[in-house]
Design a protein around this ligand. Structure first.
Ligand SMILES: C[S@@+](CC[C@H](N)C(=O)[O-])C[C@H]1O[C@@H](n2cnc3c(N)ncnc32)[C@H](O)[C@@H]1O
Length: 410
């Protein structure tokens, strides 16, 4: 392993840093997020420890996010992103020597990785809305081989026109929509990697241009700190307290009456099983959730830690897809399908008098099993304005333009 030395980085080049970094890189390879030697070389050359504040240096080479700034209520505002996610995003963006790249959401580490990948003939611009983050990025990049990264303070929703067009744009803050400026500033053939909320579900997506529209791919689940700035608040959706410790988050959907939800939650939980069983390694939940988000008009994410036992509202760990009527709340649940601990059956849990809603949910779980399971999965297209009309297996996501259309094969 090469030890990188550059001015101003004292102990980042020390054996303990390089050993811990090497172990992290091994981990990332084993998990499959890191696939290419190019990205591995960048991770080796750019020590994360240099970009993590000294008081948090113990976390520098753990495969976890390091939060660097929080709101007064504890909400995370900025972080050094988790290595697995950074590696996965770099693999998707695949920056080549000499390319121009825009990073939205700064910190220093990822910008330095990008700069290492595009080389001295390339150019990296990073934009952050927060002056503290900008100052920290400038400070940590100074005196390193990546100090020519351009760090700009501004709202990344507008991209950064002065350095456009970009061969790649990497958004490192949670987006609820694709901003028109990002598309305007992409060079032809450019790639956009973005953690996007699709009906409240965080998915890591890559968009590439294709005959007048953009095709999105990916579907891996991911979460980022929320986007700040003017206009960002309108994207946060609505959150309802359904029961103690349980909330329903609704984005991009007709909103329920709060009293209908709390009324439904007064009814004990009943369950109906679909007969659809899956192996734990199939990792079907991200796709099943997307399927239900396509076929349900009323869609939300039910979240929280249910008390153990009893017949209260009990979403799955990580959240359940949920739907409702004026009297009843229904959501996806699972139970062991056998004693192996590796097979599970999908079902619906519901609260309220409307058993028909529960039957509809199990029908839709069976429809996924019969028509979509093992298939090519959904496609996600981004159109500037005119988009094909929605159908039973296609849904236009969000409002206004650009338009995102999620479509499943018929
Ligand atoms: C996860 S951190 C970025 C991590 C960073 N890329 C790294 O190298 O680890 C997300 C950043 O996005 C910034 N941010 C939030 N809203 C923004 C906006 N509208 N425009 C630009 N940056 C924004 C936050 O201030 C925060 O620093």
């Amino acid at each position: 392993m090469t030890t990188v030395r550059y001015p101003g980085v004292g102990d980042a080049a020390s054996p303990s840093h390089s050993e811990r970094n090497a172990a992290l890189i091994e981990d990332l390879r084993a998990s499959g997020w890191l696939r290419t030697d190019r990205v591995a070389d960048a991770l080796e050359a750019v020590p994360r420890g240099h970009f993590v504040p000294p008081e948090l240096s113990g976390q520098a080479y753990a495969n976890e996010v390091v939060f660097t700034k929080r709101d007064v209520d504890g909400t995370a505002l900025s972080s050094v992103s988790a290595p697995w996610l950074v590696a996965g995003m770099l693999e998707r963006l695949a920056p080549r020597e000499g390319e121009r790249v825009l990073e939205i959401g700064s910190g220093g580490w990822n910008a330095a990785l990008l700069r290492h990948l595009v080389g001295a003939d390339g150019r990296v611009t990073t934009v952050d809305i927060d002056s503290d983050v900008v100052d920290r990025a400038v400070r940590t990049l100074a005196g390193t081989p990546w100090q020519d990264v351009r760090v700009v303070q501004g709202d990344g929703r507008a991209g950064f026109r002065d350095d456009a067009p970009y061969d790649g744009i990497m958004v490192t803050v949670q987006a609820s929509r694709i901003e028109p400026a990002w598309l305007d500033q992409l060079a032809s053939g450019g790639r956009l990697v973005v953690p996007l909320r699709l009906r409240g579900m965080g998915r890591l997506l890559t968009f590439t241009a294709e005959n007048g529209h953009w095709r999105g791919g990916g579907w891996e689940q991911c979460g980022f700190v929320r986007m700040r700035g003017e206009g960002a608040a309108q994207d946060t959706g609505a959150t309802y307290q359904v029961a103690d410790g349980i909330r329903l988050r609704v984005h991009d959907s007709a909103l329920p009456e709060a009293s209908a939800l709390t009324g439904a939650a007064q009814h004990g939980r009943r369950e109906l099983w679909s007969g659809v069983t899956v192996g734990i390694t199939e990792r079907t939940r991200p796709l099943v959730d997307l399927w239900l988000a396509t076929v349900w008009d009323r869609y939300g994410r039910l979240l929280g830690d249910p008390p153990s036992g009893g017949d209260g509202v009990a979403p799955l760990p990580g959240g359940s897809s949920a739907t409702w009527t004026s009297t009843t709340l229904a959501y996806v649940t699972m139970r062991a399908a056998d004693d192996s601990g590796t097979r599970f059956e999908y079902g619906v849990a519901w609260h309220g008098p409307d058993a028909g809603l529960a039957e509809q949910v199990t029908d839709q779980l069976r429809a996924w099993d019969q028509r979509q399971r093992g298939g090519q999965g959904p496609s996600l297209m981004l159109y500037r304005d005119q988009a094909p009309s929605p159908s039973t297996t296609a849904r236009v996501l969000g409002h206004g333009t650009p338009r995102l259309v999620l479509t499943w094969p018929r």
